[in-house]
Design a protein around this ligand. Structure first.
Ligand SMILES: NC(=O)c1ccc[n+]([C@@H]2O[C@H](COP(=O)([O-])OP(=O)(O)OC[C@H]3O[C@@H](n4cnc5c(N)ncnc54)[C@H](O)[C@@H]3O)[C@@H](O)[C@H]2O)c1
Length: 318
């Protein structure tokens, strides 16, 4: 297959490109580096099947030659990023989705949208099945991300219903692993960076809010299987093992052998209290379940952060 991946310089986009290349596909990566980094793509260039185009996908997207799939992963994705880039986030979820859908239609390609568990907002149902419509505050600060992705899903389904486009929608739940930015503000990167630097681990609220964390190779496996499946409509891909934020902080301290203290800060507005995917659909349709235990995934991520060194971990500090 010849596949366009937007957001190729990002955390998930770069892992996805690697997986597609490993499967023997040709990949065109596209990114404008608003939150991504060229170094995430260094290994991809070793494969002759990878090409890169620097482009903002909120503008008209042109790609020479045939395409079998368009995978739209471009979007600021961590709360720090989308709160700093609210308009860009809304634009890439709306205009970027529209432009890439148009490209897929013109090429007769399959369209794959990277959506998010944030479409469920601060959920009143736990765990969240795909049939749950969510509880989102459209005018709150997080609405820029949640509503952009909800619009993107609606637009994707409209292209499917009106134009007959072959589409897939993955709702990605918290994913972690190597290639995350130490200062992306996500809880896993924050805790590991702080623990390795001997800084206090910052917990928002009392830390009793729950999250579930999926290791990146598991997430990419689910995404790849969904791409290759014939399932149209949303599919949750995430790890259902739920834990409190405090439990995660304690585990990171244990694995890093750090003596950093834990400090609490006020809870941000609209921070979800619970977050856990129901993955029955992925199990049934894709025969997919997460394989990597949290301890193992965290150890690999800690190794990556250690290799960055003090300087690498400090880079990107606001
Ligand atoms: N990582 C997660 O846990 C998670 C969870 C849910 C959903 N997602 C989704 O997965 C996708 C990738 O997330 P990530 O964690 O890799 O984030 P990331 O910030 O590491 O990667 C996003 C990439 O998109 C690029 N980008 C943003 N706007 C662009 C534009 N207008 N034109 C071209 N490129 C643009 C950025 O430069 C970056 O390289 C996003 O769509 C995100 O919403 C991720």
């Amino acid at each position: 297959m010849r596949v366009l991946v937007t957001g190729a310089a990002g955390f998930l986009g770069s892992h996805l490109c690697q997986r597609l290349l490993d499967e023997g596909h040709h990949v065109i990566g596209m990114d404008n580096f608003v939150t991504g980094r060229a170094q995430n793509m260094a290994a991809l260039f070793e494969n002759g099947g990878f090409h890169f185009v620097q482009h903002d996908v909120t503008n008209f997207v042109y790609v020479d030659g045939p395409l079998d799939a368009v995978m739209h992963f471009a979007s600021p994705a961590s709360p720090i990023d989308y709160l700093e880039l609210p308009i860009q986030t809304l634009k890439v979820g709306s205009l970027g989705t529209h432009k890439t859908l148009g490209l897929a239609k013109a090429k007769g390609a399959r369209y794959f949208l990277a959506s998010t568990s944030e479409v469920y907002g601060d959920p009143l149902v736990n765990p969240q099945p795909e049939s749950y419509w969510g509880n989102v505050n459209p005018v709150g600060p997080r609405g820029v991300y949640d509503e952009a992705k909800r619009f993107a899903e609606a637009m994707t389904m409209a292209y499917h219903r009106y134009h007959g486009l072959d589409v897939r929608i993955v709702r990605i739940f918290n994913t972690y692993g190597p290639a995350m930015r130490p200062h992306d503000g996500r809880v896993v990167s924050n805790f590991i960076r702080q623990a390795l630097s001997g800084e206090p681990l910052t917990v928002y609220g009392d830390g009793s809010q729950t999250r579930s964390f999926c290791y990146v190779t598991d997430e990419i496996e689910g995404i790849y299987r969904l791409l290759m499946s014939d399932w149209v409509g949303p599919m949750n891909i995430g790890n259902p093992d739920e834990m409190t934020v405090i439990e995660l902080a304690e585990l990171v301290l244990e694995l890093t052998e750090s003596s950093s203290p834990i400090e609490t800060r006020p809870l941000p507005q609209d921070d979800p209290q619970v977050r856990r995917p129901m993955i029955d659909r992925a199990k049934e349709v894709l025969d997919w379940t997460p394989q990597v235990p949290l301890r193992v995934g965290l150890e690999k991520t800690i190794d990556y952060f250690r290799q960055l060194g003090d300087e690498g971990r400090a880079r990107g500090r606001a």
